[in-house]
Design a protein around this ligand. Sequence first.
Ligand code: AMP
Length: 225
Amino acid sequence: MTETLTKAAVLILLGPPGAGKGTQARMLEEDFGLVQLSTGDLLRAAVAQGTEAGIRAKAVMEAGQLVSDEIVLAILKDRMAQPDVARGVILDGFPRTAGQAAALDGLLAQAGLAVTAAISLEVDDEAMVGRVSGRYTCACGEGYHDEFKKPAVAGTCDKCGGTAFKRRADDNAETVRERLKAYHAQTAPLIAYYAEQGVLERIDAMGAIADIRAGLAGIVSRVSG
Ligand code: AMP
């Protein structure tokens, strides 16, 4: 079911790797007709295409560190310039630094917009290594997990019936620990930044995927309905 929002929402999903940002962003797309915008996906596409930005980002991503604001902002601005984002966006994995958050505010202000809500997916760090290490994705983009979200028929995607799955190079235990460190050092401070702006929402993201989806839908309806 797609609910109609009365205004274009700019939603940010904040949370460490494994918190479920990508999974929930895809569900919000379905539930509200918003567009998921994942800088991780955009960067992986740039790496796969071998663009200059992709070549510069590859080693940094494999080390679990953050790609420079300059590269990420250039990629984000290109994507934000496309017409489909006018319906409203869910930013998944962006912003990740104070510089990115300030740049986003500036970009939105130029368009007469502001962040509608920054939603912090609250999880226990210790559980994240297991969550991330077990995950894989169908070529269509649907996400799965060895333990928590298996396809109904083993080896076949529930969404598209495809059988081609892939795992990310940086979804191994060692790199996930680096990514968690980067999250706490550079991204977690944004929780206070958005609290000061009065747009912070928090949700317990340790429960079942469907329960978190319902909780998020409630928040999105309240802040932008
Ligand atoms: P993600 O798919 O969001 O987990 O991102 C995967 C990797 O891409 C991260 O570990 C970073 O190396 C890079 N990345 C994604 N988004 C950003 C961002 N907003 N700023 C800096 N690096 C990013």
